[in-house]
Design a protein around this ligand. Structure first.
Ligand SMILES: Nc1nc2c(ncn2[C@@H]2O[C@H](COP(=O)(O)OP(=O)(O)OP(=O)(O)O)[C@@H](O)[C@H]2O)c(=O)[nH]1
Ligand SMILES: [K+]
Ligand SMILES: [Mg+2]
Length: 370
């Protein structure tokens, strides 16, 4: 039996099992089995792995990357060409784009790599078309644009989210606040710092037993944690990627339909027309927010800050040391201290800081050497 067949069987069994006190353990086991089979699909036995294949993996440039995922002919390449000035073939037939096409977008002083990708279809994660290579590239991006046809966005979004989930990608989610520590003995101990509304001990025990973890200390700090979140932590290879749902081709709908769309206010969505270049400003604004980048302006001693070319860092890697290294590896060696002005500084007149100080967006920094 193939892995895909085994997955299908388990999904069918889950669908016909009613959830109640007597079935919780069994359902927990099934969910864990499913997660293990899905992992096999991503990394097939015999190597090869789930990494992007030849022609799909392109050289990475810029401070961050945005990957375009969507069904064929939703307008990914049209958008990418216009955003970056790099030509990516666009046409009315499906699967015009056959491989990763990289381009660069300069925004707010940051160089952002944009990756146009081939269209994917339902079943992509299980090996349909080049879907797996496409999703493997998307897994490595800092932000994903899910490009949708505005005429039927929600159904398509559900299918695409499911495809990416099957590949360990979690869109617009934080890593679950759950820790699991393996132990030598003592069985399974579960503690929670908040009341739990969606998960219970029976399911947790079933999952741990399926993973042959008979001794473990589990602690859950998130009230709405689910068993799926718990399995994600056990599996450990998940990526948590922000995403924007780009509702393209609004030029093809009426004002009334557009109005309804705004009233529905789909979270994380931005309606645009890549062909007519409508609402691209909003798209870029939301993109900037989601990328969570930190601009730092350099101020030479005794001079005004240089606002024209910020050093752009990624949040989580934006200490003064990261700033120095972004300019030149040697700077850290000569570093004495720095004056920082802006949000991260304690005082309006600035703060003297060391290498481990964490910078904020639009801070100004003046470095003093030994
Ligand atoms: N009306 C309208 N048509 C668009 C828009 N954007 C793209 N199109 C058209 O949609 C068709 C597909 O565009 P592409 O850019 O090739 O779409 P794609 O998603 O890259 O397609 P694949 O590479 O085949 O997956 C082309 O005929 C485009 O002219 C838009 O905003 N409005
Ligand atoms: K196309
Ligand atoms: Mg294309």
């Amino acid at each position: 039996m193939t892995t895909a067949q085994k997955i299908k069987d388990i999904e069918e069994e889950m669908a016909k099992t009613q959830r109640n006190k007597n079935t919780e353990y069994h359902l927990g086991q099934l969910k864990a089995k499913l997660a293990k089979l899905r992992r096999e699909l991503i990394t097939p036995a015999g190597g090869g792995g789930g990494g992007p294949g030849i022609g799909f993996d392109v050289a990475r440039t810029g401070i961050a990357s945005v990957g375009f995922v969507g069904f064929p002919s939703v307008g990914k390449s049209t958008l990418m060409s216009k955003l970056t000035g790099t030509h990516s073939e666009a046409a009315s037939y499906e699967f015009t784009t056959l491989t990763t096409v990289p381009g660069t977008l300069n925004h707010n002083g940051a160089r952002i790599q944009v990756l146009d990708l081939p269209g994917i279809i339902e079943g992509a994660k299980d090996g349909k078309g080049r879907g797996r290579q496409v999703i493997a590239v998307a897994r490595t991006c800092n932000l994903i644009f899910i490009v949708l046809d505005v005429l039927k966005p929600l159904n398509d979004l559900a299918i695409l989210t499911n495809e990416l989930e099957g590949f360990g990608i979690r869109l617009n989610k934080k890593a679950p606040n759950i820790t699991i520590k393996k132990k030598e003995s003592g069985g399974v101990a579960i503690t929670n710092t908040v009341p739990l509304t969606k998960i219970d001990a029976t399911e947790i025990r079933a999952v741990l037993s399926e993973y042959r973890m008979s001794n473990a200390a589990v602690s859950i700090h998130q009230p709405d944690a689910t068993i799926e979140d718990f399995i994600d932590v056990v599996e450990g290879n998940r990526v948590y990627v922000p995403a924007i749902f780009v509702l393209n081709k609004i030029d093809a709908i009426s004002i009334e339909e557009l109005d309804l769309l705004y009233k529905a206010s789909i979270p994380n969505s931005v309606p645009i027309s890549s062909q007519q270049w409508l609402n691209i400003d909003e798209l870029l604004e939301v993109m900037w927010d989601k990328l969570n980048l930190v601009r730092v302006y350099t101020k030479p001693r005794g001079q005004q800050p240089d606002y024209s070319s910020p050093v752009v860092l990624r949040r989580g890697r934006c200490t003064v040391e990261d700033f120095c290294n972004a300019i030149h590896k040697e700077i850290v060696k000569q570093f004495k201290n720095a004056m920082v002005y802006g949000t991260s500084a304690k005082h309006a007149r600035g703060q003297k800081v060391g290498l481990d100080h964490v910078l904020e967006d639009e801070d100004i920094i003046c470095i003093f050497k030994k």
